[in-house]
Design a protein around this ligand. Structure first.
Ligand code: ZN
Length: 301
């Protein structure tokens, strides 16, 4: 079903307070998914709905948009993943009385970063959901969500917009930089924004150095690449995956290479030390060397 139609249906369900307890929004950009979630929160809690539209004037509407409504809350990873302790702390709020709203809305952003114990704790909640509560899982990839949790959710896919739409949504920014970030990210809006936060050039430079190390099987060459923040390591690995994916079609990389990167990302999200993850990855890529044909992953964009 077309997205607009699906969203209209969701709004109607919210208006009649018949909304599912667990929604899954995936694809598109995190901003789009968040905007829709907050709008549903407004429809569920606005004090003077006008023809099923939130009024945007009442205190509930204002508080929801500014993130200050006690019953409409947003959770995102404190570190690179959402751990069990974060879910347990949040679960307490879930079972408390409604403060001032009619309906509680809990938005979990980057839900594909839930650890398995955290996803299982959440699964328990959805088995006996508290009344007048909706939990919204928001994620880039639905594949990253525990299947048992995913199968319980009413799922909505947000198609990825084209580059022009995305650039427009950013407003006043350096267009050249944004375009490069969008290409590097494999047209993934969230990854592109993360790249822009650290700067396109620093990201490319690090990746260039990393690929030189791999091409020359020069383990000592890795040392200047550290220290390395976890968030950055995650961005680097995602960009590597995008380039390798493209390289597979051109016969420059193999499926083994992409699997190796996926394991590295997984390790990082399970709280492994970023330096260790990158070192192990380099060693594995050395061994798979035959398939890497001296083409830099960062600079070919
Ligand atoms: Zn209102």
């Amino acid at each position: 079903m077309e997205l607009n139609l699906t969203l209209k249906l969701l709004e109607k369900e919210a208006y009649s307070q018949q909304i599912a307890h667990l929604l899954l929004f995936h694809g598109g950009s995190s901003k789009d998914r968040r905007d829709v979630s907050l709008r549903l929160g407004q429809i569920l809690n606005c004090r003077s709905l006008k023809a099923s539209e939130p009024c945007q004037q009442c205190s509930a509407c204002h508080k929801i948009l500014s993130g200050n409504h006690p019953d409409v809350t947003r959770l995102e990873p404190l570190k690179t993943s959402i751990g069990i302790e974060q879910i347990l702390a949040w679960q307490e709020r879930l079972y408390r009385k409604h403060y001032e709203g009619n309906y509680k809305v809990f938005l979990i952003e980057k839900a594909d970063h839930l650890t398995i114990p955290a996803a299982n704790a959440l699964l328990k909640v959805t088995e006996e959901p508290p009344e007048r509560t909706v939990i919204i899982l928001s994620a880039e990839n639905e594949e990253g969500i525990l299947p048992t949790l995913r199968s319980r959710a009413q799922s909505t896919y947000f198609p990825t917009g084209n580059k022009e739409q995305w650039l427009e949504s950013l407003g006043d920014i350096d267009l050249g930089e944004a375009e490069q970030a969008f290409e590097l990210s494999g047209q993934n809006p969230d990854l592109a924004l993360a790249i822009m936060e650290y700067g396109v050039n620093p990201v490319k430079e690090w990746l260039d150095k990393f690929w030189r190390v791999i091409e020359q099987s020069d383990f000592l060459g890795l040392f200047p690449l550290f220290p390395l923040k976890k968030e950055l390591a995650e961005i680097y690995l995602q960009v590597m995956a995008v380039r390798i994916q493209a390289g597979i079609k051109e016969g420059r990389f193999s499926a083994t290479n992409i699997l190796t990167i996926s394991y590295a990302l997984e390790g990082l999200r399970q709280q492994a030390n970023p330096r260790l993850v990158i070192e192990v990855l380099a060693l594995q890529l050395f061994q798979q060397g035959g398939t890497l044909h001296g083409r830099s992953c960062g600079s070919s964009v």
